[in-house]
Design a protein around this ligand. Structure first.
Ligand SMILES: *Cc1c(COP(=O)(O)O)cnc(C)c1O
Length: 430
């Protein structure tokens, strides 16, 4: 498979180049030149296959010869070493629980796949790879965890001091091994600026093989299509129309679903569900795409005012608005509405939604007609990750999964630096 940049459809890049570069030289996003149509045989076999097997069957088209069969099979096995169950919440409504990975959020899937691909490519060269990641909280730990203990790779995470939650900070600073956490006296934007400047610095590039692991990497996007097939494989009521609601921020998760549909997965339509950062629902209403500064909400992993995967969504539909709105419905909710539904679903069904999954539930409920349809919403984070809010709303204690408990007990290890580039550079050159 070859890839082009959303800013220039003439040039071609291999999967390997696209993964290593992350962003195209013209600042566009990489996108596959064609989306494969999967065979009837693949769909017939689906219910008998496990997640790793399904993932390999889909991944092979996108990876091509850049990673050999045996290694790619291994990667899929390693990435999906945790369950992604489809859980019935009530009649006709299912939750696809994407939060059983090591950092309890769906980003584990993309981060793990990307890290395994990058380390496969690092093995081919004799120089260690240094990954720089700026994070506002969640992504950093998912990415770093994907690389934990991987040979030939060092990870440096930069996070803004005092601006991540206690659990998040514990996750970022207790991994050890090949992961180093830098607590930056500044904002997330300062962290991002430091990483950007490091990539442009000759001296650092001479000494290290620097790679980014940002959210727009194609190797993070692609595996987010795999679990849609697995969800469908687990679904009992395949005779009904299937609709899927995706709580969205940068729209990578939803774009994965749209890709799965293009590959032939019989999803009738999707709901782009979000919070007050309603750029995409507004676009679906009006046909106009107008990015705005983000506003803060309780579903903060979706507080995005300029969704980075929007250009990929447009690519899938060749910018044809009339086609987009056939497949995609929009929905957005206030913090108050999110809290009300969390309480209601807990009281009625004893199911605990996190503030992001709650948005997915609401979006599904808005469009689902239960006589002829069955609905799936994606649960993107473990409720314990948003313990304070969830407990406040449902008035009951939330159990913390083992992984989080372990990391809450460990001692924090990090290096504090200022936001001046020179300080960061001196640290790296030590
Ligand atoms: C990142 C994230 C989202 C949003 O996913 P996108 O792919 O950016 O749309 C939703 N929920 C949680 C918990 C997340 O961490």
């Amino acid at each position: 498979m070859k890839y082009f940049s959303t800013n220039n459809k003439e040039l071609r890049y291999s999967f390997k180049e696209a993964v290593i570069k992350g962003l195209a030289p013209d600042k566009g996003l990489f996108f596959p030149v064609e989306i494969p149509k999967l065979s009837d045989q693949f769909f017939n076999e689906l219910p008998n296959q496990n997640l790793a097997e399904i993932s390999y069957e889909v991944a092979k088209y996108f990876v091509g010869e850049d990673i050999e069969e045996k290694e790619l099979k291994n990667i899929c096995k390693e990435v999906f070493n945790f369950p992604i169950p489809l859980v019935k919440v009530e009649e006709g409504m299912y939750s696809l629980e994407l939060f059983h990975g090591p950092t309890c959020a769906f980003k584990d899937v993309g981060a793990r796949f990307m890290s395994r691909c990058l380390s496969a490519f690092a093995k081919e060269s004799n120089k260690d790879v240094t990954i720089l990641v700026a994070t506002s909280g969640d992504t950093g730990s998912a990415v770093a965890n994907g690389f934990l203990g991987v040979e030939g790779v060092n990870v440096i995470i930069l996070y803004p001091k005092g601006k991540v939650s206690h659990i998040q900070e514990q996750q970022l600073t207790t991994m050890g091994q090949n992961i180093t956490a830098l607590e930056v006296e500044g904002t997330f934007d300062d962290c991002q600026a430091l990483v950007k400047e490091a990539f442009a610095d000759d001296e650092l590039n001479a000494k290290y093989k620097l790679t980014s692991a940002n959210s727009i990497n194609i190797a993070r996007l692609l595996p987010q299509s795999f679990y849609y097939f697995y969800a469908w494989a687990q679904l009992q009521e395949k005779n009904k129309e299937v609709i899927v609601s995706v709580p969205s921020g940068n729209y990578g998760n939803l774009t994965g679903g749209l890709l799965a549909k293009q590959m032939g997965l019989p999803i009738h339509n999707f709901v782009a569900a979000t919070n007050r950062n309603k750029i995409v629902p507004d676009y679906l209403d009006s046909g106009k795409y107008e990015p705005k500064p983000s506003v803060q909400t309780i579903s903060n992993a979706m507080d995005v005012g300029a969704p980075s995967n929007f250009s990929r969504m447009m690519e899938i539909y060749k910018e044809k608005y009339s086609d987009v709105i056939k497949d995609l419905k929009g929905a957005w909710y206030s913090d108050e509405e999110i809290k009300v539904i969390m309480k209601e679903v807990f009281d009625r069904e004893a199911y605990i939604l996190d503030p992001h999954g709650a948005v997915g539930y609401l979006g599904l409920n808005k469009y689902l007609s239960k006589e002829k349809q069955v609905g799936i919403f994606l649960e993107t984070a473990h409720p314990a990750k948003f313990k304070d809010i969830v407990e406040d709303v449902i008035e009951k204690e939330v159990e913390i999964p083992n992984y989080l408990q372990e990391c809450l007990k460990k001692g924090k290890k990090c290096v504090v630096i200022g936001k001046a580039f020179q300080e960061f550079k001196t640290f790296l050159l030590q």
